[in-house]
Ligand binder design. Structure first.
Ligand code: NAP
Length: 285
């Protein structure tokens, strides 16, 4: 047993999977969930992701050793503001949000004396949302990045690390701004491009044809993540806009270079461009 009582605020894909994985691992005494979406909360309870569904955040965080916040990133600090007067002394607050610098800055500043905030981001997910999509193996063998800020004491960090490790995650620690620049490139940019590609092709006019009706494996594989929750991705783009804009500029420069090689019929350059990309891709799979 690592902790006695865990409160999960936002029992969707991430919160629900975290809860059910911890239950399965048997390292938390009791897990209480709360969610603004009553239907989702009821489903989380009926699916056995949580032991108890709380009617409000006050009942959820009462007596909690750890509070895990898994709501869209722009809503995290508002949730923390709401729970701050209710937190038991010594409580650890952590989150699973995909953007860290702003979240850690805001939440650190809000922590009352005696409570600690530890930022976290599991590098695992799917294009589906809600308790219906949660499953206990989601984080197994995947990275979880912890981004401790000013109030994260070593004991709190250790407890949060132990929880993620207990469900099979490979925990690493990183400075929050560094995290945001890395994940702008490797996660936020690909989502932005997938949405943009589907948007562009979906609105393309080729002699009045419905171009999307010709989509096959390649297009569908490449754009799977454009089926992700638009609100979640709107929030990520807004919260990490500086790093994401830099990533989009870098990508635009690469695309312009590809365009130039096609336009000038630079076949050697085009081959070299594709070989380099293929080597990078082959190296990660
Ligand atoms: P999700 O499946 O949509 O679950 C979030 C749940 O929280 C929803 O039921 C939502 O209700 C509820 N909620 C929203 N605002 C709330 C509030 N103020 N108080 C209580 N509940 C609230 O989302 P998710 O995919 O689990 O994502 C949660 C967090 O994890 C996000 O910060 C995201 O950046 C991060 N994350 C996601 C992934 C991924 O692949 N999905 C991966 C890593 C990290 P409504 O449906 O009514 O909004």
């Amino acid at each position: 047993m690592i902790i006695q009582r865990l409160a999960v605020i936002g029992v969707g894909l991430i919160g629900g999977s975290f809860a059910v994985a911890l239950r399965k691992a048997g390292v938390v005494g009791r897990i209480i969930g709360v969610d603004t979406n009553a239907e989702n909360l009821a489903l989380a309870f009926s699916r056995g992701l949580i032991d108890e569904s709380a009617p409000d955040v006050a009942s959820a965080v009462e007596g909690a050793d750890v509070v895990f916040i898994s709501v869209p990133v722009c809503a995290i600090s508002a949730v923390v503001k709401e729970i701050v007067p209710l937190l038991p002394d010594g409580c650890i607050v952590t989150d699973g949000g995909s953007v860290k610098a702003e979240v850690v800055r805001q939440c650190d500043a809000l922590m009352p004396t005696g409570c600690r905030f530890v930022g976290g981001h599991p590098i695992a997910g799917t294009e589906h949302s809600g308790a219906a999509a949660a499953f206990p193996e989601l984080f197994s063998g995947k990275r979880c990045v912890l981004t401790p800020g000013a109030t994260a004491d070593p004991a709190a960090l250790e407890t949060v690390s132990l929880l993620w490790s207990a469900i099979g995650a490979d925990v690493c620690r990183m400075e929050a701004g560094h995290h945001d620049r890395i994940f702008a490139e490797i996660s936020h940019l690909p989502h932005a491009i997938a949405y943009t590609l589907v948007h562009a092709v979906g609105t393309a006019d080729v002699e009045g044809e419905n171009v999307l009706s010709y989509s096959a494996g390649g297009f569908r594989d490449f754009t799977r993540i454009a089926s992700s929750d638009p609100v979640m991705w709107r929030d990520i783009a807004m919260m990490n806009r500086t790093a994401l804009l830099a990533s989009i500029d870098g990508f635009s420069a690469s695309l312009a270079e590809l365009r130039r090689r096609i336009d000038t019929e630079d076949t050697a350059g085009l081959t070299e461009f594709f070989i380099t990309a293929k080597q990078f891709r082959d190296g990660i799979v």
